[in-house]
Design a protein around this ligand. Structure first.
Ligand SMILES: Cc1cc2nc3c(=O)[nH]c(=O)nc-3n(C[C@H](O)[C@H](O)[C@H](O)COP(=O)(O)OP(=O)(O)OC[C@H]3O[C@@H](n4cnc5c(N)ncnc54)[C@H](O)[C@@H]3O)c2cc1C
Length: 393
């Protein structure tokens, strides 16, 4: 076993959350290592994974500060001007839009492009080492440091270890941090589709009986990301269809609201499991991104929250480093945990409630659904609060 130079911060996982943290620590003079099992070429040019990320204004501002937003091709950024929620066969829609015509609620950017831009942003960052193509096989922490063992036998130590290695985080397990893990028995199928009618920047989330289907507007006015949620066996059967048959299936399931659909890319399948770690910190270690909170994608909060948490943790680490204090002090880690639980717990709980209400086809839920939508529509404060949250700077 080779013991390398100690790091100040080791980040496990170079997904969007881990990369954002690494980049947010630029200028701190800390020695940072970021580890990912994917090879460097894949991190630099990630493959398309079908995820279109609805970014809030706050996330866009953070990505700008991190120097990643500027690296996106403007043609890949789709404005989100309106969001509509429909229930079953009813024509009533709950709709969210900004206060002024043409306002953006947020923007949609593919996960592939976000990852590429963030990786480009850390390229050449002083004090940062990318340990690509390396899987973590073991983690240990004591009073002075955290030690990570890689599959090639290397052993790395750091004053602080940050787990950013997905909702099924191996680091979280190794740190013996438990989590609520809820497999939902449903999967999400996503594909890029072209359609005859223009979407005009409007996203639609339609909770039909037995299915949830969303259409997310992409930069080209007649292209959307189609997102279909069904029990996992039904999604697997749809994923086996050829492109023409899948396009016809989307047209039928969306009742041709946008005209005939043609699959351009995908499908990609995501079995749905939500997770929430019992703690976000422990001795000399913290969890960020999906490793801390694995949201249901329906309310599009996962990465937005991950980015917020990474920014908070980076701010506390940078302050401590500047003041010559321990960057993994108990108090510092607890402050991060308190802030991130406060930001994430209500969203996690309300998203799960929404999912239950709209995926349960029992009689109570069927009656409650339209009532909930109409109640929200009649309460301008509720709509204004949701819109404000989306548009928050
Ligand atoms: C269909 C879909 C749509 C979504 N839409 C939105 C949206 O609109 N808005 C939004 O905010 N969020 C959305 N999300 C959520 C968002 O994609 C996630 O929250 C985000 O990608 C999580 O980033 P992360 O860096 O925490 O984890 P990940 O992206 O999972 O990255 C983890 C990294 O860790 C590495 N890794 C894992 N284990 C190891 C190991 N043992 N050793 C070394 N490396 C390891 C992996 O290779 C990977 O690179 C969506 C998710 C899905 C599935």
């Amino acid at each position: 076993m080779t013991l390398s130079q100690p790091y100040d911060v080791l980040i496990a996982g170079a997904g969007p959350a881990g990369l954002a943290l690494a980049r947010a620590l630029a200028g701190t003079r800390l020695r940072i290592g970021i580890i990912d099992r994917a090879p460097a070429e894949t991190l630099a040019a990630p493959p398309c994974d079908g995820r279109e990320i609805a970014l809030t204004h706050r996330s866009i501002a953070t990505l700008q500060r991190l120097g990643a937003w500027q690296r996106l091709d403007p043609a890949e950024i789709a404005p989100l001007r309106e969001a509509r929620v429909l229930n079953g066969g009813q024509s009533f829609a709950l709709s969210f839009a900004g206060p002024n015509p043409g306002d953006r609620l947020g923007s949609l950017v593919s996960n592939q492009q976000i990852r590429r831009a963030l990786f480009e942003a850390i390229d050449g960052q002083a004090g940062l080492t990318v340990l690509a193509g390396a899987s973590i096989r073991g983690v240990r922490t004591d009073l002075d440091c955290a030690t990570v063992t890689l599959d090639d036998g290397r052993s790395l130590s750091a004053r602080l270890l940050v787990g950013a290695d997905s909702r099924f985080s191996f680091v979280r397990q190794q740190l013996e941090i438990g989590a609520q893990i809820n497999p939902l028995g449903r999967s999400m199928l996503v594909a890029r589709v072209a359609h005859a009618a223009a979407h005009r920047g409007g996203a639609t989330e339609w909770f039909g009986h037995g299915q949830t289907i969303a259409m997310l507007p992409l930069a080209d006015g007649r292209t959307s990301s189609a997102v279909l949620t069904l029990p996992s066996a039904a999604i697997d059967a749809l994923a086996a269809l050829d492109c023409t048959a899948l396009g016809n299936e989307f047209t039928r399931r969306f009742r041709a609201r946008l005209g005939p659909m043609q699959v351009l890319e995908g499908p990609h399948v995501y079995p749905l499991t939500t997770t929430y770690a019992h703690r976000f910190v422990t001795r000399r270690a913290a969890l960020i991104g999906d490793a801390a909170v694995g949201m249901h994608p329906v309310t599009a909060h996962g990465f937005n929250l991950g980015l917020q948490g990474a920014a908070k943790l980076a701010e506390l680490i940078a302050q401590a480093a500047q003041n010559g204090q321990d960057i993994a002090a108990n108090m510092l880690l607890r402050r991060y945990q308190a802030a991130h639980r406060l930001a994430s717990a209500p969203l996690y709980a309300s998203t799960n409630l929404l999912v239950r209400l709209y995926t349960d086809d029992g009689p109570v839920a069927r009656v409650a659904r339209p009532l909930a939508l109409r109640a929200a529509a009649r309460l301008p404060m509720v709509r204004a609060a949701i819109t404000r949250r989306l548009m928050q700077q």
